[in-house]
Design a protein around this ligand. Sequence first.
Ligand code: ATP
Ligand code: MG
Length: 406
Amino acid sequence: MMKEIIMCYQGEMALKGLNRSSFEAVLSKSLRWRVRDLGEFQVYKAQSTMYVEPKDEQAQQNMDIAYQRVSKTFGLAALSRAAVCEKEMSAIQNTAKTYLESALRAAKTFKVEAKRADKSFPLKSPELSRHLGGYLLSCFPHLKVDVKNPDLVVMVEIRDFGAYVHGAKEPGAGGLPVGTSGRAVTMLSGGIDSPVAAWYMARRGLALHHIHFASPPYTSQAAQDKVKKLAEIVSDYTGNCMLYVVPYTTPQEYIRDNAPDVLFTVLMRRSMMRIANQIAKQIDAKALITGESLAQVASQTLQALACTDAAQDLPVLRPLIGMDKTEITAVARRIGTFETSILPYEDCCTIFTPPHPKTKPSLQEVEEAEAKMPGLAELEQQAAEQVLRIRIEMHRQAELDPLDEF
Ligand code: ATP
Ligand code: MG
């Protein structure tokens, strides 16, 4: 069996100067963690590339899954799956021919790009390219060389531990390794937006936990299970995390019964932010993340957002603030949350909503309304204390047999 390896090329981390080594340490730990149950892998860095190398048969058989997982690891600009062979011309030729056979057959034009990091290899890069290109032309006579815009680039890299042969690099998940920016909590609803918001902020290096507000019996167990499933899908990117489910019925009913209808939504959102703030502080999270997008709904006008921001003292990160719904939806599809998000379950944010919520609430009227709800703080405190903690483990969704869901 041909030996394969995953080559990971770092992205923006390269700019981090002195911090680079600590970023790389987090990245390699994260890669190791992601493949740990797939067999024995070695993760190491050489010549500024990170390698994920299978070391036993089980690991070799799991290379498809390993590659999938690595492609969802933040901090990598690009990756490729390469065949490893002896640093010797005939081995390189054979490997390129067999390993890339289907791509070579499918292409009309190609070129070879060689890199010689190990200068003891006798051929210089242009000579190596020429040799291998000539050989592949003789094996696949339909091919033509096109150095400007080829269908296929055959890469050969002569490195310390062997020769690596691969096709084009594929884009990685980008961003920074999870954890290098600290920790925050996502306010996770069952909708399309908030899982995408979580994904964007994890990509900037935040380690995440999620908070979900449930209002049984107005919201169902199915709605909560859906949120858990969304957290599981996102965990392929974020890593293991906790989902905190806040029993929100009592504060929500209290607001419904004691506040002006037109302010209900903004008052409820402020209340949710205060509870999220309490939980965030307990777990040392430094920001709250929401899926809000400017003017998408009444509670997302500038005036309404100003009121929610004033409710508590942690920064509120809103990565979708300038995005259109179509753009958000496209990302949801790409990261795999869309199909789950559109399942038709109720969310606590959409129960009790008045027909005409105020789109331009002022902080003053909102605070006056809160002054008339003296019991609310106590109920919020209780809700925060009664939170249900659910552990979310990565890799549970993607690799389930799709039939398991029915
Ligand atoms: P989404 O698609 O994420 O549900 P949305 O456009 O439906 O967002 P809202 O329902 O107004 O907008 O919610 C705005 C944001 O508030 C959500 O993106 C999410 O971050 C948070 N949020 C809403 N409902 C809940 C909930 N039940 N639990 C936790 N956070 C919530
Ligand atoms: Mg929603």
